[in-house]
Design a binder for this molecule. Sequence first.
Ligand code: ASP
Length: 451
Amino acid sequence: MKVSKFGGSSVASAEQLKKVASIIQDDSERKVIVVSAPGKRTSDDVKVTDLLINLGEAYVKGASYESQLELVLDRFRSILSELELTDKVISEIKADFETVISSDYSTPFKLEAIKSIGEDSLAKVLSEYLAKLGLNATYLNPKDAGIILSDEPGSAQILDESFQLLYKLHEREDIVVIPGFFGYTKEGKLVTFSRGGSDITGSIVAAGVKADLYENFTDVDSVYCVNPTIVDNPKEITSLTYKEMRELSYAGFSVFHDEALIPAFKAKIPVCIKNTNNPDGLGTIIVSEKEVRGNPVVGIASDTGFLSLYVSKYLMNRELGFGRRLLHILEDEDISYEHTPSGIDDLSVIIRKSQLPLEKEAKVIERINQELDPDLVYTERDLALIMIVGEDMNSTIGVASKATEAFSRANVNLEMINQGSSEVSLMFGVKEEGVERAVRSLYEAFFVEEE
Ligand code: ASP
């Protein structure tokens, strides 16, 4: 049995939904289908989920929201008319919306229910369309499927009991179409995952039914070994491990929601990334065991928007609790940190800039000065991180030397080097202005000259 999830661009229009239907028809193992809400049809289009969020905000402000609702309805009307389906779903959206706003839910839960209308309605549309094509397909609400979530609106987590309930889907003969992105609390309140969360639904369902494969259909042929907006036509990754994917998505690979890997990983379900517009392409497969590969590096990721908080104090290594007290100040100020490379008398804390805006920085530095009495403390903003990732790096000699040579060829100064404890990645900190130059040079070194 395969669980197949189709993302926003795959269900953005009637034309895309026809491709989805033919993919489902092509393989009788595709028994459980998970869908997103209609995404963008063109680069300047608006996702249905964003329309719904705007609608919810207008409703909360007491402003008029009718025009926003019309935009949502229009998206569905155009899909329905092109697929020659009745407009039953339109009346259902209107009725659902009325039920939500007249309910006694608190505001956050009303907004959650409004946000979920895109996925919910699309799942109904797709199941109707599949049935019209002669397939035995049924819409299945996440509550009936058994997706039980924690009471955390907008960032809900799966509760363990869901997996057993989901396993019952095995008994079904029909193809079930489940809306992604939301589930229900034990008390029956609708809650959503974080944005992009349909990937998480797909992964949970795949783990629950113990699928042979979790297929994630999107709009790219595969995961590329480097960001294609930095390097033209980069090589495709045909296979990688969960751990490698996790490291890559940490630093900028956004093909797949990072939380979505966990359920599939725990249940050891292979995940395949495929393109709805080119379903015969190989795609990228994510598995638990690495395969033998020629190149120890599978991918290069980079992300900007970091800063380094540098603290130096003579004999820091002998001062008991120095690191803990420094990190405690950050915790106290509600700042989450990423890495802490350290020396004998100094320690840097790498933080996302969004966590430490300038107005907060002055206060943090003042506290460090007062509470830790360092010789020096300052921040360096505009830092980018570059990671080279590959499980085989730990047994290959010369990877770091090749990488540092590539930085030097690109004339980019290294601010920091960190080999993660797992040895799955090597991380470099550079000034943001040099990041693209460095990534291109690393790509040349590991993927072009390698040939
Ligand atoms: N529609 C939701 C979002 O835009 C979830 C998803 O597409 O995965 O975030």
